[in-house]
Design a protein. Structure first.
Length: 620
């Protein structure tokens, strides 16, 4: 290990990619402001993969750290599972083809997009995974370019979207009886349009109709699509049962990596590891996608295992892709290990993988979080290039980054390039950037000007402005905007509930925020965001309100979210603030398979009613 660390410390030495990555994953990290080290001895050895014995030795004298993400995103772990149950009303209103610029109409991303992993926002990551997994909608007519397909709606797509669920099968039967075409290209276009609108229920019904009527000869990718939709609509358990219906000859790597994605989305470590081992047992080459899923899972639940995966990738000749590097860069950045992050970035470039805008933006965010503003500014200048007008694509990422640095002049400079012909993504970034700078009037101006360009503004832009009001404690304006959303017939989903919860919580009306959260869990078909519960739990913790903090903690569990370290941390802090002992807390954490890190260990010691102090020992 000493040799590895010496090699890692030398920034000028060129090493093999896999070794450099393993070094970066194993190196000691500086604590981030939001996390502390795991206690040694809590390494779960239940997962056995190639190279793990080597890495376990490397860890014997080192530590890795869990961290809370600071990026402006939501963790997929918290929401992708919920996304599987989202219904049509959870759709953020989409622009029509006539209302939105072509550049922003396509829903694409690196995982390709919704899977995570920009590291991407949760929404980007799921879209990415859908593109990687839902292969039925990737089969398209060669006569239509991919980018064009993402903007075009077929007549059948429109019919399916408008048809009630109960009459959809009859509508499809009629379509075929009238002699309309239904080839693989048409099917792919329908699936793409349904997925863009998160209409997974209808997509599943469409696929089931295709199979029942023998309209399509199912290949492995088609079964993978069906499995993906079953998991999204009915959950992981039903998806596992569906696999048994797939012919054994077609249960290949594509099918199992689809199941792996949903195991990871549900943060189910045991099932994810079992599925990964089943993929290895197939004897086929392991894809970078499958390895990235494990990296993502361990990033959430056990960073010490990340190096195991890296070594396994080297042994099995799995070449790291752009997403692999992003995951490793993000992990090191969260651990505040900037040198390790830079080392991985250098390795990435040495291996011929050029960082894209998302990667540069991620690096800049970590620099900002670490207080390295000069390095952050240098990265932003690199993103701008020689002429930002010619590099318009960078504007969307630059706006919030300059705002995070407090550079209002640069935000204004970048926005002036966009304002004459804004793209919808740039408008969203500008609203968030001006809000972060506390310039609410500018954020409102961007929002109102959108109505001059487009006929209808999607719900997420209302949500963005609502969060600006929440962050600036403008309760009255937030209430007015919420009423306007109702009047404008906006789709009210989880992100709106989350913004409202934060609006009232930040304004000090915690009971109202709690009430909204409770109503959201009952009225909305998809569960509220994980972060909504943490917002309320954090405020009750600050009050030392044990009763209500425990209530929120239990609601989080009852609604189906996996309880992680952070909720326990907040709950323990509640007992500390209330100056009350927390009996049986270690046992509660052990029952949930949660290992206390250094910060939680100190909290546990503080709340231990039976602990011995120097004074108590003297008195005894």
């Amino acid at each position: 290990m000493l040799a590895l660390r010496r090699a890692a410390a030398s920034a000028t030495r060129v090493q093999n990619c896999s070794i450099l990555l393993a070094q970066a994953c194993c190196a000691d990290s500086v604590l981030s402001r939001n996390s502390l080290a795991h206690e040694e001895g809590h390494h779960d050895k239940s997962f056995s993969i190639s190279g793990s014995s080597i890495i376990s030795k490397l860890y014997s004298s080192g530590r890795l750290y869990h961290t809370k993400s600071f990026l402006w995103c939501q963790n997929l772990s918290s929401h992708a599972g919920a996304r599987s149950s989202q219904k049509d009303d959870d759709l953020e209103d989409g622009f029509s083809d006539l209302d939105v610029p072509p550049e922003d109409d396509a829903i694409v991303g690196p995982e390709e997009k919704e899977d995570d992993e920009e590291l991407m926002s949760e929404e980007e990551m799921n879209n990415a995974a859908d593109e990687a997994l839902s292969l039925l909608d990737s089969e398209t007519d060669s006569s239509v370019e991919k980018k064009t397909q993402r903007r075009v709606e077929s007549p059948l797509s429109k019919i399916i979207i408008e048809a009630p669920r109960y009459s959809l099968n009859g509508t499809l039967d009629k379509w075929v009886e009238e002699g309309n075409p239904l080839g693989r290209g048409e099917i792919s276009l329908v699936m793409l349009n349904l997925r863009k609108r998160w209409l997974y229920g209808k997509a599943l019904q469409f696929v089931e109709w295709l199979q029942a009527t023998n309209r399509l000869e199912f290949l492995e990718c088609d079964y993978a699509t069906h499995l993906n939709l079953v998991a999204k609509v009915h959950g992981l358990q039903k998806a596992e049962k569906y696999i048994e219906k797939i012919p054994k000859s077609l249960r290949g790597e594509v099918v199992y990596r689809t199941l792996l994605y949903h195991c990871v989305s549900a943060s189910n470590v045991k099932k994810a590891e079992d599925v990964f081992n089943r993929i290895k047992a197939l004897g086929v080459p392991i894809s970078a996608f499958a390895c990235n899923q494990l990296l993502l899972l361990y990033k959430w639940v056990d960073p010490k295992k990340i190096a195991d995966v890296v070594v396994m990738m080297e042994k099995d000749n799995v070449k790291p892709d752009l997403i692999t590097y992003r995951l490793l860069i993000d992990t090191k950045g969260h651990a505040h290990d900037i040198s390790g992050m830079e080392q991985i970035l250098d390795t990435m470039k040495a291996e011929g993988v050029e960082p894209d805008l998302l990667t540069h933006a991620m690096v800049a965010k970590h620099y900002i979080f670490a207080g390295l503003n000069e390095k952050a500014e240098a990265t932003l200048r690199e993103m701008e290039g020689d002429d930002i007008k010619e590099n318009r694509a960078a504007c969307r990422d630059l706006l919030p980054l300059y705002a995070a640095l407090g550079k209002a002049d640069d935000v204004e400079r970048i926005w002036k390039i966009c304002v004459s012909n804004p793209r919808v993504g740039e408008c969203l970034a500008a609203i968030e950037a001006w809000g972060k700078l506390g310039q609410v009037e500018n954020a409102e101006e961007v929002f109102e000007n959108m109505f001059k360009t487009w006929k209808k503004v999607p719900t997420k832009y209302y949500n963005a402005l609502l969060k600006v009001y929440a962050n600036n404690k403008l309760l009255s304006k937030g209430k007015e905007l919420a009423k306007r959303m109702s009047d404008d017939d906006c789709s009210i989903g989880r992100r709106t509930w989350d913004a409202l919860v934060k609006l009232y919580a930040e304004a000090g009306e915690l009971e109202k925020a709690d009430s909204i959260l409770l109503k959201a869990s009952k009225q909305n078909e998809s569960r509220p965001l994980y972060g909504s519960y943490l917002t309320v739990l954090d405020r009750y913790s600050a009050r030392g309100d044990i009763h209500n903090a425990e209530k929120i903690f239990q609601r989080l569990r009852q609604i189906g979210y996996a309880v992680r370290l952070r909720p326990y941390q907040l709950l323990l802090q509640t007992y500390i603030n209330a100056k009350s002992p927390a009996y049986g807390f270690r046992e509660r954490m052990k029952a949930d398979n949660i290992s206390p890190n250094g910060a939680v260990a100190r909290q546990l010691a503080t709340t231990d009613a039976f602990r011995k102090t120097q004074i108590s020992e003297l008195l005894d």
